[in-house]
Write a protein that binds this ligand. Sequence first.
Ligand code: KIV
Length: 294
Amino acid sequence: MTSTATPSVTPYGTLPPSSTPSTRKPLSLPRLREMHTQGEKIAMLTAYDATFAAVADAAGVECILVGDSLGMVCQGLSSTVGVSLETMRHHTECVANGLRRSHATAWLIGDLPFGSYHESKEQALRSAVVLMQAGAHMVKLEGGGWTTETVRFLVERGIPVCAHLGLTPRTVHALGGYRVQGKTDEAAAQLRREAIALQDAGAAMLVLEMVPAALSAELTQQLTHCPTIGIGAGNGTSGQVLVLHDMLGLNDRFAAKFVKRYAKLADDVREAARLFAAEVREGRYPGPEHSFEK
Ligand code: KIV
């Protein structure tokens, strides 16, 4: 009898590494909130494709963010402003496929890009539906103040929302650069007001980017039912997020102060590619072990 099962190996490239079904229960909003209230830290990494998503999940990170940082990481743009909703949909789907194939349990967040929720709450809903149908469990949107009613509108319609305050890269041109936010008393007070309003509107998570550590820690204590995820926001938040390619050392030219490189993959990739090219030129690859006899 011939098998009709989907082969787990293709001759081209790699499918997301299959892992044995996790002993961890799928992450959920109640579980993430419980982690926040019990002081258990939440780890979040970005991923933009199936393979990296599966690897990050297998490593035990709780949340995977398909961030619009993919504009820089995958598209080579100079900011996130040029990232479209269709691009976000595509990468969200790739990550969701990877997680599904590898029995993953991580909580998947899709980032609503610039211009996809700014016109109206209805536009935000339509954009959020696109990412949710691509496999996201939650959408993220940047900004406070005017976004509060948008968050409420989405949450009331059953869409979990992660807010994002502090440095909001989509407004980099308005902010005048990638700078620490909330440094003056006035700016800190505004950040506090916006964070509380977002929590009250139903935001179930809040990314704090480039915010002074003491202010982030204070906000984390105040937001009793909204875990905070810091990036350049010190150690007092409920969890931390990093851009995967930065923490893997794939970008070896520049790193922001808050980035810790846990690997030096740019060196490894360069060396592997150099060796491959040399072996091809010298006729040493493929050897007999990589060739078919018949
Ligand atoms: O787009 C992104 O990757 C992000 C994180 C840096 C928080 O928003």
